[in-house]
Design a protein around this ligand. Structure first.
Ligand SMILES: *Cc1c(COP(=O)(O)O)cnc(C)c1O
Length: 272
């Protein structure tokens, strides 16, 4: 357990990514990975996603100092199945592989069962997304006893304080309330399906999402302009001025009502 999965991931980077070889992760992915690499002096290589933003497991075959992949990936929203993770594990038997499952509850397939088979697989998770408890800072990692023992040893050598007791109580209550969890997650998935269909009807290309956000583009429209237009109407989505995704936007799924406001604004933008 740690104070959010960022805390657990940073600890795992420090603990496991310290060989002479660079670590590997996708070119379009969670923006914190390069931050930790620079902070901890870890060399890294980025493997490009293919043209449909999928991760090719064959790109992760060469010797490396570790692998980190979010599954589902962010900001693409695309999830890969167990065959994908199994391939990654078969190709990487000499380094630690971290699968970051921040969004898994929104339609991804968890690799936790594979941690029984591969003792170099560490799966991280968070209460910040599907359990809506970002402010409580609850994250965790699941892996073999060997990996967890190393994480504990590294953590206890500089900060032996645990997640605070209020957060632990909240976390336990959240896990027990299965009905509430299922109902909120399924609401988000239903709203995601609806928004995806509406955007597609308006001519957008929307990637198939397994997360609580969608990634969309429009062949005739500037997504940067749309982002700025929506911002002027106080509807906040995300735009990344980065290679390959600079004509995409990332839209987090809110309530039905919020998403209706969003769709109305998009229609106004398209009409102008
Ligand atoms: C949100 C997120 C995290 C970390 O969230 P915490 O609030 O620190 O638990 C980790 N990885 C990805 C890909 C995320 O989107």
């Amino acid at each position: 357990m740690g104070n959010g999965s960022d805390d657990v991931l940073a600890l795992a980077f420090q603990s496991f990514f310290n060989s002479d070889l660079p670590i590997v992760y996708p070119d379009i992915t969670y923006s914190f990975y390069p931050v930790w690499c620079r902070l901890f002096g870890i060399e890294y290589i980025n493997q490009p996603l293919d043209d449909s933003f999928r991760i090719n497991p064959e790109d992760y075959r060469s010797p490396n100092g570790g692998v980190v992949i979010p599954n589902p990936n962010a900001p693409t929203s695309i999830g890969e199945g167990p065959e994908f993770v199994t391939k990654i594990m078969e190709y990487n038997q000499d380094s630690v592989v971290i699968i970051d499952e921040a969004y898994v509850d929104f339609g991804g397939i968890s690799s936790v069962p594979l941690t029984k088979k591969y003792d170099n697989l560490l799966v991280t998770g968070t209460f910040s997304k599907s359990r809506s408890l970002a402010g409580m800072r609850i994250g965790f990692a699941i892996g073999s006893k060997e990996l967890i023992d190393v994480l504990e040893a590294v953590k206890n050598s500089y900060n032996s304080y645990t997640v605070d007791s209020l957060s632990m109580a909240m976390g336990i209550a959240a896990i027990r309330d299965v009905d509430y969890f299922n109902s909120t997650v399924s609401k988000i998935i239903a709203t995601r399906t609806k928004v995806t269909q509406e955007l597609r009807q308006l001519g957008f290309t929307v990637l198939d999402s397994s997360t609580n956000f969608i990634m969309a583009t429009h062949k005739d429209r500037s997504m940067k302009d749309m982002f700025l237009y929506l911002k002027s109407k106080k509807v906040f989505i995300r735009y990344f001025d980065l290679p390959r995704i600079n004509n995409y936007v990332r839209i987090t799924i809110g309530t039905e009502e919020e998403m209706q406001t969003f769709i109305n604004c998009v229609k106004d933008y398209i009409k102008q």
